[in-house]
Design a protein around this ligand. Structure first.
Ligand code: SF4
Length: 357
């Protein structure tokens, strides 16, 4: 197995060997290496991004998602311009440097509507803006970049094309190629972020290792990694999931330690990228998930600013809607955790800084 002191030389085979590692003592070396590289390359600052879930309408039918068009009846909402701006003002009041506008793939969020919202946040509040609005056409993406959006998140979820096709049905007449969209967005001047779920039925150790190696190949600026949390109402939690399962010994489990291994290895191969300690990790382990993410490579937390009555409808995976922690409590808890870890709260927009080593 490649030495972690030579993390820069970890290839997909080396990543896979570490993903399969089950010895707790050896894993301690992985956790220590990830935390050291995080400290050396992105420092002690934990950046806080205010998350606003602007719409739970979605035209897609991803086989695992609780707000997919196919996921059954669910009251739908779309925040107004003023409601989004009110959330962004909250972000500024709490001292967050970035607001993240996230939604399902919702054509009701028109080019003009998002451009106006972005321009107002950019000019009047001076916050950095991350968009996470799904697969959109280049004209939309260019307009939003020109209006002031800084970053765009689009998870590619898996590099296995057959698995991707099985769980992300395309729209009629449209090709779904998320990596191609990420590359185009970088050319437009966005910082780009992506990510995967850990433990999707059909995800093998080799696939997950290739996913992590792909983060490095495309030099991603932000990388979100969370466990697959099956929504019982979705096809992937039923017969489709059973049908896709990889052979025994090859199927990646959707547990906390495997997710943390993926986070730690991502930090080693993408040392100066921004990595959140995800909400899904906190749901899997309410007592320690956020802390474990931050001590095994992560340097970002995204407190949810969505008004609670909408937040409960943005249930992309089970348990998420039950996160009733108010933003005050969450921020207090996160600030307490950051202080307890001897870290600091990031100032300013918190974009990626490529450090020369
Ligand atoms: S994962 Fe995203 S694009 Fe897919 S159904 Fe859910 S919200 Fe829509």
């Amino acid at each position: 197995m490649p030495l972690l002191s030579e993390a820069g030389t970890l290839d997909a085979a080396g990543i896979e060997a570490w993903l399969r590692e089950a010895d707790e003592k050896r894993l301690e070396h992985l956790w220590e290496a990830a935390d050291r590289v995080r400290s050396e390359r992105v420092g002690e600052a934990v950046h806080l991004r205010g998350l606003v879930e602007v719409s739970n309408y979605c035209v897609r039918s991803c086989a695992y998602c609780g707000i997919a068009a196919c996921a059954g009846p669910l009251p739908r909402y779309r925040l107004s311009h003023e409601e989004i701006l009110a959330c962004a003002r909250e972000a500024r009041r709490y001292g967050f440097g970035t607001v993240v506008l996230q939604s399902g793939e919702d054509p009701g969020l028109t080019r003009r509507f998002i451009s106006d919202v972005v321009a107002e946040i950019h000019h009047d509040l001076g916050l950095a803006i991350t968009l996470s609005l799904g697969e959109r056409d280049d004209e939309d993406l260019k307009a939003w970049r020109e209006a002031g959006a800084d970053r765009y998140l689009l998870r590619f979820e898996t590099t296995d094309p057959a698995l991707y096709a099985a769980i992300h049905p395309g729209l009629p007449g449209k090709v779904s190629d998320r990596i191609a969209q990420l590359v185009r967005m970088r050319e437009m001047g966005y910082e780009v972020g992506t990510g995967v779920m850990v433990g999707i039925p059909g995800q093998t150790w080799a696939t997950l290792a290739r996913d992590i190696d792909t983060f490095r190949q495309f030099d991603m600026d932000m990388i979100g990694i969370g466990p697959y949390l099956p929504d019982p109402r979705t096809p992937l939690a039923g017969p489709l999931g059973t049908q896709l399962q990889a052979p025994p010994g090859e199927q990646v489990p959707n547990d906390e330690v495997t997710t943390l291994k993926a986070v730690a290895l991502t930090r080693l191969v993408c040392p100066d990228t921004n990595i959140p300690s995800t909400t899904a990790l906190s749901i899997l382990d309410p007592g320690g998930g956020r802390r474990n993410g931050l001590t095994r490579g992560a340097n970002v937390v995204m407190p949810n600013l969505t008004p609670p009555h909408y937040r409960q409808l943005y249930r992309i995976y089970p348990g998420k809607a039950a996160v009733h922690e108010s933003v005050e409590t969450l921020t207090e808890n996160v600030l307490g955790l950051i202080a307890a870890l001897g870290r600091t709260v990031g100032k300013g927009p918190g974009g990626r800084e490529k450090r020369v080593t």
